[in-house]
Write a protein that binds this ligand. Sequence first.
Ligand code: PLP
Length: 406
Amino acid sequence: MIEIKNSYGLHASTLPNKEGLFGEFGGKIGHPELAKALDELETGFHEIINEQDFIAEMKRLRETYVGRPSPIYHAKRLSEHCGGAQIYLKREDLNHTGAHKINHCLGEVLLAKKMGKTKVIAETGAGQHGVALATAAALMGIECEIHMGVVDMKKEHPNVSRMKILGTKLVPVSEGAGTLKEAVDSAFAAYLEDIENSMFAIGSVVGPAPYPEMVGYFQSVIGHEAREQFLNTTGGLPNKVVACVGGGSNAMGMFSGFMDDEGVEKVGVEPAGEGLDTPNHAATMTKGVKGEIQGFKCYVLLDEKGNPAPVHSIASGLDYPGVGPQHSFLKDEKLASYESVTDAECLEAFMALSRMEGIIPALESSHAVAYAMKIAKEMSSDQTILVNLSGRGDKDIDFVLDKVEL
Ligand SMILES: *Cc1c(COP(=O)(O)O)cnc(C)c1O
């Protein structure tokens, strides 16, 4: 077992080498004009996270602003219903802004400030990353510029309103399909115009180094808290920890706390969408190949031409053809496994948790709940599953009401 830990509490198996590689995955591909900025960010990140005032400020904000530690909760009625293992939830849905994304947005914006930047720039798809970043930027009095496809803006109107109220400069992107891909290109071009004063803030453990490591680090608070809480509550460790995987940040956050515990099985849950045998899914780990996307190497779903494929999930936060390099590495090393659940199973879990526990989960998180419900049945009642409930489902209620007969 690997036991080396670095000074900031990440397990060696979740840390990159000097080239930003996790095994063969990750790295900094292309973008010569970016190389200098990425190096500057990497150096800044490694220095600043060890500074006492940064550590103290993160701790203060986590406790008094986000509301950490988020509790773990024994979902007794849901467990009984499944008739097997005991299901526990790590309640990231109770964080300020309603999901885990605030964890890394606070870190990124505080880091940007310490590095003397006056602005953070990002793209957003469904608007969840945009809202979390806009929140952190408002809190810390730093400019925030979010690029969003016009089609997404129409679909995700409440998040657009939130960002506007929070003072974000919103840049509508009408090129191409008017969705995430075009928004990425547009945000990136804006960043290159003002690299000196701005920081590009990525919303998951994806992109070139140091982003996967950095976002993974800021999210690792989830797993470290959860391990201690679980021990205190039950006197032992869970048999399995389960989290949904889009880019993979909430799952990395959860897994990080348990990398030393070989007996704890780590399971990432991907969207099987309308089925793995249809083109309409986003099960990157299950069906993808080794390839490149947005400046790094990972498992990726490609189209016939070898470009990242259009993918589908009922949960827009999981709708990504690539996946974090850490996950690609953990899969190949068999340090974690990856399963998938369909849109239909996700909706069932969404309703089950709402009706049996009074907790309306995000459709993204519902994937993890669905897998836990399925696997719990095959386990005994003295065994345990800890699910990362990455976010709340208020954003999804109208969509679900359209889909589900009540
Ligand atoms: C964005 C989002 C996800 C997916 O992102 P990861 O980086 O895979 O964690 C999952 N759950 C919620 C609630 C989200 O907002």
